[in-house]
Design a protein around this ligand. Sequence first.
Ligand code: GAP
Length: 444
Amino acid sequence: MEKIVSLCKRRGFIFQSSEIYGGLNGCWDYGPLGTELKRNLKDFWWRRMVRERDDVVGMDGSILMNRQVWVASGHEATFSDPMVDCRVCKARLRADQLPEKNGRKQCSVCGGFDLTEPRAFNLMFKTYVGATEDESAITYLRPETAQAIFVQFRNVLEVSRKKLPFGIAQIGKAFRNEINPRNFTFRSREFEQMELEYFCRPEQGAELLEYWLQERLKFYADIGIASELLHVHKIPPEECAHYSKGTYDIEFAFPFGVQELEGVAYRTDYDLRQHQNASGKSLDYFDEETKQRFIPHVVEPSAGVDRATLALICAAYAEEQVTDDKGNADTRTVLRFHPRVAPVKCGVFPLLKNNAKLVGTAREIVQQLRPHMMVFYDESGAIGRRYRRQDEAGTPFGVTVDFDTIGENGPANEGTVTIRERDSMKQLRIAIGEVKSFLSEKIG
Ligand code: GAP
């Protein structure tokens, strides 16, 4: 994990938030490569979950909502972790994560046994809306994106004219005042979620839970996460939320352990019913075929953008023993991202930077590719070093303009370039006019 954290900083994937002021615990900034990676992940999720389907529409809700949303959803009363204080070192700790010695709970910081009774600590960030900081102005930064979908259910149903089963999808920021942010971006205080609420008839819920589990596993395969790194954990009924009729956690083998990446939950009609009761506004559905009116049930695949981004980096990271140009053994660090999510799809390199024809041709190729994909032009240093820099950034292809390209070794290969493939390091030669379609097909 240390190597991954250091690569993320060195290559500009992820930085500590407010770093020059000592940082802010649980908050992270994405640099140029990390931003592209995260954007590609979100774009592909949106494509799969919304654009390629007839039965899902999107929405983009506000982060601040009426406080009553959080009262009705149960978050204000129960979205909390049990905490204890250590009277010896004053640390505040999660009561359910304390080590035990001889049957007694122990402080994980100083080892002391003098701990307070557990108290509930609400994880929502409280804030005030407007100029007065009194009770009536209180609300919270949303701890999940899902509630905006539930409270807009009627509006979206009316404008989209969808029939059950159908879903509403959303990607956006969520905030939790985690007691113990840790494992790099895995548990953050500010993070992003990609959530789908898929509404259905009560009798369809159980089957749709299985369907969405399989769909989500396919999604992870399609962004290049090997199935051996994924685990499906069926939450035992006694551990599920009281309203849930079944929950699966999709877990990933991070270097710090197997941990949750996404939850797929059958939440019954709990959320819509709570909001209908609290708001007094009807959130039911009229089935024109059966002439029945009922509150739809919902199946929710809820994924973390930051966790999936971290999983992509961990799954892609590899170190290999290779032999360099001079025959010396060397270690190659490479991020084997699937081309679909790779931040940069292609590096473009003139063999030498002081040859106007090589540079001009390379720049023309960049202009041709740029409207279609993220490309990176690099003319500095030995070509082997330039390849290595792109290996570390996870760039799947490198296009090199050499003396064959510009016809200086005869007409046979004029107008062709080499394409180097990151994982095999093999090179092939193709015509400049074919580069775009070759790369587009691989990116998918
Ligand atoms: N609407 C359901 C919901 O929010 P959750 O299991 O609490 O369920 C869903 O969160 C996903 O959001 C998690 O599987 C995880 O990927 C991500 N997530 C939750 N808390 C997080 C945190 N503190 N930091 C990063 N990601 C988090």
